[in-house]
Ligand binder design. Structure first.
Ligand code: NAP
Length: 299
């Protein structure tokens, strides 16, 4: 199963205890690359760790504790680089969602999603960039979502956190392209992983604080579906296929061949639909407000 790449790359991936992070870790080793898998509580997933550490792939591998919310996460990158490990690919994969109508989400819930998916990722990016910049080589990958483009009801906080990192990364991509560093945002649709089990409803929603007006609303229905262990019923995406596409686009092989300069990777038919909605929405805004838009400049 293990192959030998022309150029062996070193991947550092966050959130490897389950789902896409674990699948990507496996694939990185299958393909003969080096892996630094990380998770916030390694003692909770001994089977995953044993599997990765005993993988037959020819690349090196290690599993390190990393809670992306921790302000000291740059130290891991500094320590690895100081020990001679050159990180070629950083994959910001850690994430979770709290569902409820926006009106019911509380500061700490919104902040928690921001901490993990925006600040946590941005902190690691800023830590690894100087090394990539000096080597004139590196890929930063964010496992983002269709939600950051056009979120579904109940996902306002999650959509905001993903969109924050998307915005950061769009600018970053322009700043670092001339240094040989590439930034890739993966817009995932719904994929049947453990994310459903790891999602939860907002505190006020659970405590029965949902106003009558929201009962049975789309936000209520989606909250129930996604936090009630029913992600599989709505997730049409195959996680293995997604991870293979992400890997190929990172390394420029297979479906990613010749596409190494691309910055956005939409994955899933549901995301295809959402991308079209976003394009259509802005096109409509220009149709409706184009004249106004063009007539507010200085004379
Ligand atoms: N599956 C989908 O439909 C879908 C759609 C769009 C985007 N995504 C994104 O894809 C990424 C992977 O999700 P998944 O589907 O594989 O779900 P998952 O199985 O729930 O994996 C999420 C991972 O993130 C980790 N994590 C959460 N908070 C963390 C923290 N503070 N520090 C370190 N790790 C943390 C979790 O670790 P613990 O085990 O410690 O909780 C878990 O390993 C996420 O960013 C998610 O938002 C997924």
């Amino acid at each position: 199963m293990s192959s030998s790449p022309q150029q062996r790359l070193t991947f550092l991936i966050t959130g490897c205890s389950s789902g896409l992070g674990l699948l990507l870790s496996r694939l990185v080793l299958d393909q003969g690359h080096n892996l630094i898998a990380t998770s916030r509580a390694p003692s909770r997933t001994p089977n995953a760790i044993n599997e990765i550490l005993s993988h037959p792939g020819a690349g090196s591998r290690q599993w390190r504790q990393l809670d992306v919310n921790d302000l000291s996460t740059p130290k891991l990158i500094h320590d690895l680089e100081a020990s001679g490990v050159a990180i070629d690919v950083l994959v910001n994969n850690a994430g979770f969602s709290i569902h409820a109508p926006a009106e019911l989400l509380e500061d700490d819930e919104l902040g928690g999603m921001m901490d993990t998916m925006y600040f946590g990722s941005a902190r690691l990016i800023r830590a690894v960039l100087p090394f990539m910049r000096q080597r004139k080589k590196g890929v930063i990958v964010n496992m983002s979502s269709g939600a950051g483009l056009e979120g579904r009801e109940s996902m306002s906080g999650y959509a905001a956190a993903k969109a924050a990192l998307d915005g950061f990364s769009k600018v970053l991509a322009k700043e670092v392209a001339s240094f040989g560093v590439r930034v890739l945002t993966v817009h995932l649709g719904a994929f049947d992983t453990t994310m459903g089990a790891n999602s939860r409803s907002g505190r006020k929603y659970i405590q029965g604080g949902i106003p009558d007006a929201y009962v049975g609303s789309m936000a209520d229905q989606i909250t129930k579906t996604l936090t009630g262990g029913n992600l599989a019923s709505v997730a049409e995406g195959d996680p293995n296929k997604a991870v293979k596409a992400v890997f190929d686009v990172i390394v420029g092989e297979g479906v990613g061949f010749g596409k190494e300069k691309e910055r956005m990777l939409p994955l899933g038919r549901d995301v295809n639909k959402r991308v079209k909605e976003v394009i259509g929405g802005y096109q409509n805004a220009l149709n409706v407000f184009g004249d106004i838009c063009n007539n507010v400049n200085k004379d």
